[in-house]
Write a protein that binds this ligand. Structure first.
Ligand code: ZN
Length: 285
């Protein structure tokens, strides 16, 4: 899933290509992706793109007073096309194309979604906060002071892994970067957020900022097609089960967590002890 650094890079990539240009047509190929009906999609057509920005994991295109807000979800992506087919795309359950945005001049971009679990969502609104997921977002982690960050954790009875990737707490951090931040901070994903000392809070805050800033820096200027590979290369523990930890050489391990799984290094994060897989132990009881 694209998270803050990738969506930030996509937003700059698109801004450089679409700002100041008129949208000629918007074709919603996967009808289920469109979550709003007023204003209609046609309201975007014939107007120029004023700005492209990011809030959390959402992309926001400001188009003559109307906003096209996009959430790429788990498997959504942006594909830039120097030349779009003139014929309208045919909807099909196997077609990854969800929405096509054509500019005057014949170029444009496709919003695509791989796989069968469809989550990509597109909204046409007058104000981005009309999108429920945007209205619920917590603060942007890179605009956050350490005191404000400490305030988010205070009284929070959940485990760090769950708190960091909760969009209502912090906007833009998902499954991958929460694993990475916890590894950089040398903290167990199962640690209770409210149990952090002042020193630990500062360490986690620093790890959060460093990890995201580093990823944003590495993604900067990359084309949409290169971002996924760059994200993968930059990972220390996430998606690296069974591989050596780049810091200590221990084997990266995986446990299930909520609806997915997390990866961590026992030596760096949990005092050398593997975490119990709660889903597994429940099955064995
Ligand atoms: Zn390690």
């Amino acid at each position: 899933m694209p998270e803050l650094p990738e969506v930030e890079a996509l937003s700059s990539f698109l801004a450089a290509r679409v700002v100041g240009r008129e949208i000629a047509r918007v074709q919603v190929v996967a009808i289920s992706a469109l979550k709003t009906y007023d204003p209609p999609v046609a309201a975007l057509e014939g107007r120029a793109v004023g700005a492209v920005g990011r809030r959390g994991k959402f992309l926001d295109f400001e188009v003559g007073g109307v906003h096209l807000v996009v959430h790429l979800a788990r498997a959504g992506w942006v594909r830039w096309r120097d030349s779009l087919p003139v014929e309208p795309a045919k909807p099909s359950s196997r077609n990854p194309l969800a929405v096509r945005v054509g500019l005057e001049g014949g170029d444009g971009f496709d919003l695509t979604e791989a796989g069968t679990k469809k989550g990509l969502a597109v909204y046409v609104v007058r104000d981005p906060v009309e999108v429920p997921g945007v209205a619920r977002l917590g603060p942007e982690p890179l605009d956050l002071g350490v005191e404000e960050f400490a305030g988010l954790l205070r009284g929070e009875r959940r485990r760090l892994k769950g708190v960091l990737r909760d969009q209502t707490v912090l906007a833009g951090v998902g499954n991958a970067y929460s694993d990475e931040v916890l590894h950089v901070a040398r903290m167990s994903p199962y640690k209770l957020a409210s149990s952090l000392t002042e020193e630990e809070t500062a360490r986690l805050y620093e790890a959060l900022g460093d990890t995201l800033r580093d990823a944003v820096e590495r993604s900067r200027g990359l084309a949409a097609g290169e971002l996924k590979a760059e994200k993968k290369v930059g990972m220390r523990v996430h998606g690296r089960t069974g591989l050596p930890c780049p810091v200590c050489g221990d084997t990266v391990r995986e446990v299930s967590f909520a609806d997915s799984s997390l990866q961590y290094c026992p030596t760096c994060q949990t005092g050398g002890k593997p975490l119990a897989d709660r889903r597994m132990s429940r099955l064995l009881k």
